[in-house]
Design a protein around this ligand. Structure first.
Ligand SMILES: Nc1ncnc2c1ncn2[C@@H]1O[C@H](COP(=O)(O)OP(=O)(O)OP(=O)(O)O)[C@@H](O)[C@H]1O
Ligand SMILES: [Mg+2]
Length: 286
C-alpha cells in the first residue's frame, strides 16, 4: 500500500512540462448555460488546433453527450473498474474536433476509493494531461465536498452566472466556498444570457464588487454572452451552436471568450504539474 502511494507520488512529481491546462466551468445555480458554454468553448479551442478533452462532471445528470449528438455509453468509471479497457476506448474522439469523456456516477464516491481505483484514476490522468492541451470540466451546479477537492486542483475556474439576482447570489456563495479553502484560487467570471450590453457589464461589476468587499479578492471578467434563442434551437438539434449557428450573436461572443482563454497568462508557470500535484492531495492528504 505505502509503496504504491510512494511510487505514484514520485511519478507525479516527475511529470514533465507542457501539461494540459485544466479549466473547470462551474455555477452556483443550475441551468445557467455551463454545458453549452463548455461544449462550445472546447470546440473553439479545438478549431485553434488545440487538443481538447471535455470532461462531463455533472455526475448523474451529464448531458454533454446529448449536446454533442453523440452516443458514447462509456464513462471513466468503466475504465477504472475494468482492467482490460484502455483509456482511449472510453473517450469519444473527433466530435466536432474535440474528445469527450463522461465522469459517470462513481466519481461521487471519489474520496472513498480503494488503492486500486486510485491507481487506475491516476493512470488515466497522467496520460491525459500529457496527451491534451486543455482538459475542460463541465461541473454540476454548486459544490459538494468531493467536487470542491476537484475544483481546488484546477488551473482555472470559470464561474457562470446569469443576470438574475438568485444566480448572482449563488455564484457568490460558490466563490466564497472555494475561496475559504484556498484564498489564492483565481476565478474568471462570465455572465450568460445578458439581454443587452449594460445588463452584462452591470452583472459582472456587481459580483466583482461584492467579492472585493466581502472577500477582499479580485475576480477577472471574461465578459458576457447574450440571450440568444439559437442556443435552445441548437440544443434541440443536438448541434453545438458554433457548428449549427456560427453567425449567431452567441457564437461570436463565445469566440471572444475563447480568444481570451488562449491569451497566454504571464504569471503562469507551465512547468509546474499543478493539477496532478493538487489532485494528489485529494488522496494522500495535504
Ligand atoms: N445564452 C443563452 N440564450 C438563451 N438561452 C440559453 C442561453 N444559454 C443557455 N440557455 C438555455 O438554458 C438551457 C440550459 O443550458 P445548459 O444545459 O448549458 O445549462 P447548465 O448550466 O449546464 O445546466 P445544469 O446546471 O442543469 O447542468 C439551454 O438548454 C438553453 O435553453
Ligand atoms: Mg449542465
Amino acid at each position: 500500500m505505502k509503496d504504491q502511494a510512494y511510487n505514484l507520488r514520485k511519478k507525479m512529481l516527475q511529470s514533465t512540462s507542457s501539461q494540459a491546462k485544466t479549466i473547470a466551468v462551474v455555477s452556483g445555480k443550475g441551468g445557467v448555460g455551463k454545458s453549452n458554454i463548455s461544449t462550445n468553448l472546447s470546440i473553439l479551442l479545438g478549431q485553434e488546433n488545440k487538443k481538447v478533452l471535455l470532461f462531463d462532471m455533472d455526475i448523474g445528470m451529464g448531458n454533454i453527450n446529448i449536446l454533442l449528438g453523440g452516443q458514447n455509453n462509456y464513462s471513466i468509471m468503466e475504465f477504472i473498474e475494468q482492467e482490460e479497457l484502455e483509456i482511449d476506448t472510453v473517450i469519444s474522439k473527433n466530435i466536432h474536433g474535440i474528445s469527450y469523456i463522461s465522469g459517470g456516477n462513481g466519481l461521487k464516491n471519489i474520496v472513498e476509493w480503494n488503492e486500486r481505483q486510485i491507481n487506475r484514476f491516476f493512470e488515466a490522468m497522467d496520460y491525459l494531461v500529457l496527451k491534451y492541451d486543455y482538459l475542460l470540466f463541465d461541473m454540476g451546479a454548486g459544490a459538494t465536498k468531493e467536487t470542491l477537492e476537484f475544483l481546488l486542483a484546477m488551473d482555472e475556474i470559470i464561474v457562470i452566472t446569469t443576470p438574475e439576482p438568485t444566480s448572482v447570489t449563488d455564484a457568490y456563495s460558490m466563490i466564497k466556498y472555494i475561496h475559504l479553502r484556498n484564498e489564492e484560487k483565481e476565478f474568471h467570471l462570465l455572465c450568460n444570457r445578458a439581454e443587452n450590453k449594460d445588463e452584462g457589464i452591470e452583472t459582472i461589476a456587481r459580483l466583482q464588487e461584492t467579492v472585493r468587499k466581502f472577500l477582499n479578492k479580485e475576480i477577472f471578467s471574461l465578459g458576457f454572452l447574450p440571450e440568444d434563442s439559437t442556443v435552445r434551437k441548437s440544443v434541440t438539434r443536438q448541434t453545438p451552436i458554433i457548428m449549427g449557428y456560427p453567425n449567431s450573436p452567441m457564437a461570436s461572443s463565445l469566440r471572444k471568450v475563447a480568444r481570451q482563454l488562449l491569451t497566454p497568462d504571464t504569471n503562469e508557470n507551465n512547468d509546474t504539474p499543478t493539477f496532478l500535484k493538487n489532485i494528489r492531495k485529494l488522496f494522500f492528504g495535504r
